[in-house]
Design a protein around this ligand. Structure first.
Ligand code: NAP
Ligand code: 8YV
Length: 323
């Protein structure tokens, strides 16, 4: 496939970048503005390791056929604008479910039992100088967990939670037939009926700012909020205020509205555990994500089909209506 010109993000998972360069005529550039007309006219695919892509970028690549994105969430790509131009968009679902679910459970335990603070206490010599670390105010015992987004990853989280003997409920727009958990009709109903809310819903216009002061108030003073979905789903100022004034007890976050910038109010809050968007970030899983990205590209250029199209562009492969 050395005659197929593809554009590869200038940064991103190195093993995937190396493989793309070995299979295709790969061009790596920091910005489309740096391309000559000949170069941009030759590009048939984009391997998007994280860059935002929309109509204006697509218009600069007149012969673009496919965007293969690294990650399951594709909110950085305007998939409807791609569909309008007959451009297929693929993503990497399923291969990261277990990794993300593991980190979600780790984040939940770290937040509730203050594990990072307890380790810092030991490393600071306080165990020897001041005695045992204080008992944690929060516990996982008797918790009622609500999952916002009972999809592939939500189900993997729920399966793990079953082992902890907690109650599990969820809210989606529709009931999941194979999920044996209590369904809440609205996010407000879910928050009011649980004390621990885990967000793993995708970033969409509908979910934008969905977790706000009202939802956090419904969660209550024993409330714990965990976010592994996207930061845009949360009003971060409302979350910081809720943590500051005791509206909820604690939060564990892997994602933020303006990454890699984390609001100072969340950094300085004593009751947060903050991770730098690492839920899928093991060599094992990032390599599997990269392999699926490559498999989608190879499948497209060999057989004019793909393995994992995003719903907005699936109809371009034949059959079905546009989403
Ligand atoms: P998925 O299988 O599509 O599940 C998403 C779930 O959210 C679906 O069950 C869907 O159900 C529900 N949902 C969508 N829009 C909703 C709305 N407006 N209101 C209520 N529920 C809604 O996706 P997934 O593979 O589990 O991934 C979920 C998200 O996790 C990704 O989009 C990404 O943002 C995030 N993620 C983060 C990391 C990380 O590193 N932190 C890693 C991987 C993924 P309905 O359609 O019935 O509403
Ligand atoms: C990655 C993710 O961090 O898959 C997703 O939606 O958020 C993560 O797996 C990201 O996609 C890598 O750029």
């Amino acid at each position: 496939m050395k005659d197929i010109a593809i554009l590869v993000s200038a940064r991103g998972h190195q093993t995937t970048r190396d493989r793309l360069f070995s299979i295709f005529d790969a061009i790596s550039i920091a910005s489309l503005e740096n391309m000559t007309t000949d170069e941009s006219g030759s590009v048939r695919a984009v391997a998007s390791l994280f860059d935002p892509l929309g109509g204006s970028q697509f218009d600069q690549l007149p012969n673009l056929e496919i965007v293969a994105s690294f990650g399951v969430g594709y909110d950085h790509i305007d998939a409807s604008a791609a569909a309008d131009r007959n451009i297929i968009v693929t993503h990497t679902p399923s291969v990261l479910d277990d990794e993300v679910a593991d980190i979600t459970i780790g984040l939940l335990l770290n937040t509730i039992r203050e594990i990072p603070k307890a380790e810092a206490y030991l490393r600071d010599g306080k165990w020897a100088s001041s005695g045992p670390y204080p008992l944690s105010n929060l516990t996982l015992r008797n918790r009622h967990i609500g999952i916002f987004g009972m999809g592939r990853i939500g189900k993997a989280i729920a399966r793990r939670l079953e082992g902890f003997g907690v109650s599990i409920a969820y809210h989606n727009r529709s009931i999941v037939k194979d999920a044996p958990y209590r369904y809440a009709n609205t996010l407000s109903d879910l928050a009011a009926s649980v004390d621990t809310l885990i967000n793993v819903a995708p970033a969409t216009d509908q979910t934008s700012n969905a977790i706000n002061a009202e939802i956090l108030k419904a969660l209550g003073p024993n409330g714990v909020f965990i976010n592994v979905g996207r930061g845009s789903t949360v009003v971060e100022d409302d979350l910081a205020a809720a943590l500051e004034n005791g509206t909820i007890a604690a939060a564990g976050l892997d994602v933020y509205a303006d990454e890699p910038n984390v609001p100072g109010s969340l950094l300085s809050a004593p009751n947060t555990v903050l991770l730098p968007h690492i839920a899928s970030a093991s060599q094992h899983t990032r390599t599997a994500m990269g392999q699926l990205l490559i498999d989608n590209l190879v499948s497209w250029f060999e057989r004019k089909t793909v393995l994992t199209p995003v719903p907005e562009t699936a109809h371009l492969l034949g059959g079905g209506e546009p989403v």
